[in-house]
Each structure stands twice: as structure tokens, then as C-alpha cells.
Write a new protein. Sequence first.
Length: 297
Amino acid sequence: MVFMNRIPVSAALTLTCLAAPSQDAYRTSVDAWHANRVARLAAEDGWLSLIGRDWLNPGENSLGSAPGSTVLLPDWAAPGKAGLFLVEGTTVRFRAFPGSGLLLNGKPAIEAVLKSDLDGKPDFLQAGRVKFYVIRRGNRVGIRIKDPENPVRKAFHGVSRYPVDPAWRIEADFVPYATPQVRQIPTVLGTSEPMTAPGLLKFKVGGKDITLEPMIEDPEHPELFLIFKDATSAHGTYPAGRFLYAEMPKDGKVVLDFNKAYNPPCAFTLFATCPLPPMQNQLVVAVPAGEKDPGLH
């Protein structure tokens, strides 16, 4: 059954018994969270500034505006031949050609081994207003390119969403695994990435028992990360699913605020490398809360 209106949920809901002023304060807090989320999305270096993602091959990879360059830059940003990326395993060394005008972390680029996005803050190369850096996905390395004047960013006017409904702030039971499980999570690249699942989240929607399996992305800064689909996917929300974060369990409970469910970067750009919902997180019920499909591609 598809639940398109407000759905009754279990007695474990946290806000259904609050007075109206408390619910108003809650809605205001979610609105503020969403405004901050949209601002980050539309920032000069946000996802909407992406104009390219080129994968590198072992050995030499050309950089420049000349047709056929491995990493192709706009002709107004760089000369035809601007430099080389030299790849050995997942190590990327960059060598700038004389007169390229390229910057590395704000200083004239010469030659250096580049830190990727998985090494904390990556090293940034710059050609005019265009910035680019190394990304690593498994054993693959590539270059992600950003332009703050990208027309997609300039035309952005926010993300539509469902009305904030306190009934979709749900308290779930956390059932830990005896040993955390490593899952291979599919990605839009057709590959998979290992993520660690600490246990299961159990709750009810419309009298139905629901389970979701959260992941932990960063053990040093642990929080629960959910990649899920539901009956609204491709029927109001982004077809590939949505993301949701939650705090780590407290006394065996986790608050899932589906009003903060949001679209993955792939909903806004072809150059992201998003994880996809695993089978265990593809729900048969509808979750009409959080962001809707932006319909960009």
C-alpha cells in the first residue's frame, strides 16, 4: 500500500504528543536545517559547481584544453597542453608545463604528489576560476572539476520538499550485531564500496514492521548513515533513493528524522559517484517526507 498522506506510526514516535508551540519550534528548526543544506549545495564550491569528472589511467595523463586531453579543461581557462598527471597505483603526481599559469593550493604549480579527497583535505589545482582535485574510489583515481560560474548553479532555485510533519520524526529500536558487518554497497559507477553496518534499526510505519540497516562512514566521527529507497522513489522523490543521517544509538534508541531525508549529489550532477541503496534498505512503504526529486536529469 502506498501511503501518500500523513501516515499513523507506532507509539514510539517522539513528537506526536507535543503541544502545538513545540511542534512549531520543531518545524522552524527543520526549515533552518534545510536552508543551510541548500546553501551548502549552492555554494561556489558545492555540488552544483561541478563541470567534469575524468578518470585517470596508469602512467601519463594529459591535462589541458586541447581535444583528446585525458583531463579536459575549458579553452578559456588553460592552454592546450597545461601539464601531466602521472599515476602509479593510487598515487598521483602532477607536473605543470612551463607557462601553464596553473596554481597548486594558491601558489604557482610546478611538481608535486597530490592528496586526494580520501586523504582529508585534497590538494587543489586551479586554472583561472576553475578548480580541480584528485578523487579516489577504490583502486580508481580521477579528477573532479568545478566552476563557480556553472550555468546549473546559476539557475538553481532550491529543492522542493514535503511539508514538515512531526510524525516522520521516528524513534527506532537499535539492534546491534554481535560483530559489525562489512557490506559491499553498490554505486552509480557500477562498482561497490565497503561500508560497515553496526546493526539494524526497527520501527513501525502504518502498523507495518520496518527495518533499515545503517552504515558508519567514518569511525573517528561516528554517526549513522542511511541510504534508502521507498515507494515514493520515482513517484515524487529521486528514483535512485535518498540519504539520511542520525546520531549514534542512545540507550538502544535512534531518532530517524525523515523530514531531513535529502537527495544524493547524483540528483544534481552527472559527475558525482554516489552509493545506491542496498536491497535491505529498499522499503515497500512510502515516506512522503524530506526532499523531492529536483528533476534535473
